[in-house]
Design a protein around this ligand. Structure first.
Ligand code: HEC
Ligand code: HEC
Length: 192
């Protein structure tokens, strides 16, 4: 019972020492290591700036491909596979030499050394029978722009360039405008 005031005084002394030590530690810490502090500042400051410019892009379905924002100690649910559309509807091409997307499913359409299922319908000779658009002349040209009698080897594996249409949302936002949009935006400039 007699120790009680002593313990209280001891506790206050320890507290004061701790506060002083903390303050001194902070001061010297700030003085002795200005470089790490400066570099972390430098590393972190441009990031908000970059983020603000990125905000101008329309908001796509932004994903972090590896974790998709799921904390590291949790297992995320994988996103559903995109559904292949089979509607026979052509999509606009974003630029003149874009390989058109395939407006039908291609499940089990074999393409190998011996057979090419796509050419069953898209070869010039068969196109009328299947009412399919025949492959264009570029598919018969070799790399020296010479026309071959049969499909050019470099255009043989169709899905190297042509992809099916899916209902997938864009993975990242982007500001892409096709050339018609770009041209239609600057008539005043041309008039000057
Ligand atoms: C059974 C016949 C058939 C087969 C096999 C076939 N297609 Fe088609 N394809 C068509 C038809 C018909 C169209 C026209 C649009 C429609 O009716 O779907 C077409 C359209 C296309 C178009 C769109 C052309 C354009 O101008 O927009 C592409 C590209 C295409 N097919 C690529 C392929 C590829 C690549 C394969 C093989 C993986 C393939 N097709 C296999 C019948 C076929
Ligand atoms: C190296 C890339 C590439 C490969 C491989 C390729 N294509 Fe194409 N394809 C294109 C491009 C680019 C276009 C659009 C411009 C053009 O017609 O050359 C096109 C256009 C087409 C068209 C539309 C033709 C038209 O007149 O509008 C069809 C149909 C087509 N391809 C089918 C096929 C088939 C079937 C195969 C496989 C035998 C194939 N393509 C292989 C790049 C390719």
């Amino acid at each position: 019972m007699r120790d009680k005031p002593l313990i209280a005084i001891g506790a206050i002394v320890v507290l004061i020492v701790a506060v002083i030590a903390f303050a001194v530690g902070r001061k010297t810490g700030g003085e002795s290591s200005p470089h790490p502090a400066a570099t972390t500042m430098a590393a972190t400051t441009p990031a908000p700036a970059a983020a603000s410019t990125a905000e101008e892009a329309p908001h796509g379905n932004q994903i972090d491909a590896i974790r998709r924002g799921v904390p590291i100690d949790q297992e995320g649910a994988p996103p559903l596979l995109a559904r292949v559309e089979n509607a026979d509807i052509k999509r606009n091409r974003a630029y003149p030499m874009q390989p058109p997307t395939i407006p039908h499913t291609i499940d089990n359409y074999q393409i190998d050394k011996n057979s090419n299922r796509c050419l069953l319908c898209h070869a010039r000779a068969n196109a009328d029978k299947f009412q399919a658009p025949p492959v264009s002349v570029t598919h018969y040209m070799d790399r020296d722009d010479q026309f071959l009698a049969t499909i050019s080897p470099r255009r043989y594996f169709c899905n190297q360039c042509h992809v099916v249409q899916t209902d997938a949302k864009p993975l990242v936002a982007n500001n892409f405008k096709d050339i018609d949009t770009v041209l239609s935006e600057q008539p005043q400039k041309k008039a000057n």
